[in-house]
Design a protein around this ligand. Structure first.
Ligand SMILES: [Zn+2]
Length: 334
């Protein structure tokens, strides 16, 4: 029997778990994120999902050698363990928003899961995202690499001089929350006019108003709607300025962009972003390259897998790209 690794991608709306061996992904399941109950709900759900993978795949758990967890961040370290403090998961952080059915202020993710799993690695999803892109995606071969997810929120992860940067709580670089002005929309984190507040998918929908979804704003743009054009161009301008600010700190070489807002509207957004980015201080911006994430819907899985994949599987996986022939995903709530 081959060694098995488990990967778990925790988002605000769903949790995806999979098992892999050297040959590829064996099983992939997902379930809506359990946002009610006590602070242990999500760690319990993660353990149950991994257990369910083993049961459904009829495999023995003693072959499990490591577990990678990629999760929406940020983290705080309490008593030496990482706690999840995501405003999209912990309702107690911003009770005034009233959008989450819990009063959690943090989720003791490492403390609870380390009771069940050995060789557990937990990273925020943009940090694991940059590992995935550098190991298997568009960032292969770059020592200085920034990965940006442009989605409901905005997240960034980076390699500098070949080293993954993490920071004291594993949050570096948390680019969604760099300030871009002093007046304007308020972010879910409480900041006014930070990158996520002015350029995320959520921001695009809110700026357009009228209850439109982000996708509907892009549809309106393609119909020639002047307001949609203004909102999207502003978001792209802010996004590019955010990247220019992060680049002025990190001096990167390659920026890989993923996330649903970008991937669904790449042909529209990329030229706008590049134009504004290269307008910033040329000595810093001129040599920077842009690429689109190549890992698509599997980025979350590959991100978590990249945290724990044995070194001697990587070469083969780069060639065979086993995520492209992953089995159908099993939806547990369905
Ligand atoms: Zn923010």
């Amino acid at each position: 029997m081959l060694d098995i690794i488990a990967s778990v991608d925790i988002g605000a709306t769903k949790i995806t778990a999979s098992l892999c061996n050297r040959d590829g992904i064996i099983i992939r399941i997902y379930q809506r994120t359990r946002l009610t109950g006590d602070e242990g709900s999500i760690p319990d759900q993660v353990k149950e999902l991994v257990d369910t993978c083993f049961v459904k795949a009829r495999l023995e758990k003693d072959k499990l050698i490591a577990v990678g967890i990629s999760t929406a961040g940020p983290f705080q370290r309490m008593d030496g363990k990482l706690h999840l403090v995501s405003p999209n998961i912990c309702g107690g952080m911003t009770p005034e928003r009233g959008v989450l059915p819990n009063s959690w202020r943090s989720v003791p993710i490492e403390k609870e899961l380390s009771k069940h799993f050995k060789n557990l690695v937990i990273q925020n999803d943009a940090v694991s995202g940059v590992m995935a892109e550098r190991t298997f995606g568009a960032g292969k071969g770059y020592e200085n690499l920034l990965y940006v997810t442009w989605s409901t929120g905005i997240g960034t992860g980076a390699f500098v001089d070949g080293k993954l940067i993490r920071g004291k709580n594993g949050n570096a670089p948390h680019g969604g929350h760099v300030f871009l002005g002093d007046t304007g929309p308020v972010c879910g984190c409480g900041n006014t006019c930070d990158l996520e507040a002015v350029a995320s998918g959520t921001a695009i929908a809110l700026q357009y108003g009228g209850g439109a979804t982000t996708a509907e704003v892009f549809e309106a743009y393609s119909r020639g709607d002047a307001k949609a054009k203004k909102v999207i161009q502003e978001a792209a301008t802010y996004f590019a300025r955010g990247l220019a600010s992060i680049n002025s700190v990190l001096d990167t070489k390659m920026i890989v962009i993923g996330g649903s807002v970008f991937l669904n509207n790449r042909d529209l957004l990329l030229p706008l972003v590049k134009e504004e980015f290269y307008r910033s201080f040329p000595a810093l911006s001129r040599d920077v390259l842009f690429a689109t994430s190549e890992l698509g819907e599997y980025l979350g899985d590959i991100a978590a897998i990249s945290l724990v994949i044995p070194e001697d599987w990587i070469k083969e996986w780069r060639t065979t790209k086993p995520w492209e022939r992953a089995p159908d995903t099993i939806y547990l709530d369905g």
